[in-house]
Design a protein around this ligand. Structure first.
Ligand SMILES: [Ca+2]
Ligand SMILES: [Ca+2]
Ligand SMILES: [Ca+2]
Ligand SMILES: [Ca+2]
Length: 502
């Protein structure tokens, strides 16, 4: 035997020993018959794949009950364990089972700590030895389950709810990316994220031995309900705001969460070059514009009871066209033409809008008319001149096929919109009151100078001096009290693709 061969044999023996040690060290029972069968290459009896183990630590809650929940918020049967005296835990998971956007909860009395497990793959082969995954390798920022991972979990859930997305319908890749961004934001002490994380830290610091087992955080509150359980505050006075007085309502928690979820995005795996756009308007008798002044919607359009709402427009001429020197972040002529046609090619009263909860419309008969379009897209921030796909459009109030006369919201000018997904929900949404000349109207814009109005609308990248730009999607005043409330509701879902594996 040559020296080389002897070394090789020794190395293989050592490797085998390590493998066997690893099997025993994992503490999982392996059926001796399984090895015999495999050794004989006899596959008559196919054993179940070896189990997997999820390990981690929750130092703040030694002895805690550990439970895994699915992406639907329901407890996963059998996926539970008890942490030891130092907070270490190991949850055994059947080898056939895949975890996707699962939530791990550690509970000790009223003390509750959370973390997200974006993905834990099932065993790919019955021949695989038992696998052990540590939470910190699966969940960015989860070196241990603590107040920070708890805050990150609620922030992810809050962001999804604000987007109208569900955890179950979001890719683990997207959740992983969001956790990375969130953790970075917290490390950098981003103000809104930190404020919310401090509140969660107060709530999770509640004495585990205190009476009651009502935990502070709800995994899947009903729409409109708080992620903070009021029953917890009632049973367990906590000063989560840090002003020295116990807090009895969820109001400040909810406000801090709403502010914090605006500071990061959950980027789904959206189509890279197309986006769904929902245009919305409302025809009301005495609307208030962005100056908070009442205006008439009937300056150019006739107030006819038989009329309905239409929209028309096209690609704005200031969208960059592809050329020899610009081959990306631009529109080719065929793409330009198709998108222009889908926006109505500036023919009035042809493209009907809907107030029946279809075509992107969220609520039937609420007076908000909507129409969804699928248009070419790139993120303007990535373009060399920071410009995106730019569209122009106008609403009309008339009858099918009517001319502009007596139906348009204002003559001579148009609304402008640069396609940019500001809130990261994979949609571009834009709501403007019919005939409001203070928002995204391009010329003769009536926005008051005190609000940054300069008479005309500049694209965001071209904004100079103190001129306000109102050319991208944004939150709006939904109830006409001149205070901006939130994102307009739509029933459209984003254009998605299968996510790349992380
Ligand atoms: Ca307080
Ligand atoms: Ca509606
Ligand atoms: Ca959006
Ligand atoms: Ca309002």
């Amino acid at each position: 035997m040559t020296h080389e061969l002897r070394s090789l044999v020794a190395a293989r023996a050592a490797l085998a020993a390590v493998a066997v040690l690893a099997l025993f060290a994992s503490g999982c029972a392996i059926d001796g018959l399984f090895f015999t069968e495999v050794a004989r290459q006899d596959h008559v009896r196919v054993p179940a794949p070896a189990p997997q183990t999820l390990t981690g630590t929750v130092p703040q809650a030694p002895g805690a009950a550990i439970q895994l929940f699915g992406a639907n918020g329901k407890a996963l049967d059998g996926l539970a364990a008890t942490a030891d005296g130092l907070g270490a835990f190991a949850v055994e998971i059947e080898g056939t089972r895949t975890l996707t956007n699962a939530i791990l909860q550690a509970q000790s009395g009223p003390r509750q700590l959370l973390a997200i497990v974006p993905s834990l793959p099932a065993q790919t082969s019955v021949l695989n030895p038992p696998q052990t995954y540590d939470l910190q390798d699966l969940s960015p920022g989860a070196l241990q389950v603590d107040a920070t991972t708890t805050a990150m979990t609620v922030l992810v859930m809050g962001r999804l709810r604000a987007n109208g997305q569900s955890l179950a319908a979001t890719s683990p890749y997207s959740i992983t990316q969001a956790l990375i961004a969130l953790h970075q934001g917290l490390v950098q002490q981003q103000a809104e994220l930190t404020k919310f994380a401090v509140m969660v830290a107060q709530l999770t610091a509640v004495d585990a031995a205190a009476g009651g087992a009502v935990t502070p955080l709800r995994l899947m509150p009903l729409q409109g309900a708080s992620f903070l359980d009021p029953a917890f505050l009632a049973a367990q006075p906590v000063d989560y705001t840090g002003d020295g007085a116990a807090d009895t309502t969820t109001a400040e928690f909810d406000a801090a969460l709403a502010a914090a979820v605006d500071k990061f995005a959950i980027k789904g795996c959206f189509q890279p070059d197309r986006i769904r756009v929902v245009l919305m308007t409302r025809v009301v008798a005495s609307p208030k514009n962005a100056n908070c002044e009442t205006f008439s919607p009937w300056k150019a359009a006739d107030d006819k009871p038989t009329s309905t709402v239409f929209v028309t427009g096209g690609i704005h001429k200031e969208t960059v066209a592809c050329s020899a020197s610009r081959t990306s972040y631009c529109l080719t002529q065929p793409v330009f033409d198709a998108a222009h046609a889908s926006l109505g090619s500036w023919k009035p009263n042809q493209l009907a809008m809907y107030d029946d909860a279809t075509h992107g419309d969220e609520t039937a008969n609420d007076g908000i008319w909507s129409l969804a379009f699928d248009l070419p897209y790139w993120d303007p921030a990535l373009a060399p001149d920071k410009s995106g796909v730019r569209i122009a459009y106008k609403f009309t109030y008339g009858s099918q096929g009517q001319t502009w006369t007596g139906s348009e919201e204002f003559p001579g000018n148009q609304r402008v919109l640069e396609l940019k997904d500001v809130n990261g929900d994979g949609l571009v949404t834009r709501f403007d009151l019919f005939a409001d000349e203070t928002t995204n109207k391009d010329k003769s814009n009536d926005l008051a100078s005190i609000k940054g109005g300069c008479g005309q609308m500049k694209w965001q990248a071209d904004t100079v001096g103190e001129c306000a730009s109102d050319t991208v999607e944004r939150k709006v005043d939904l109830d006409g009290d001149c205070v901006i409330d939130g994102w307009p509701g739509v029933s459209a879902s984003p254009l998605t693709i299968t996510c790349p594996e992380s």
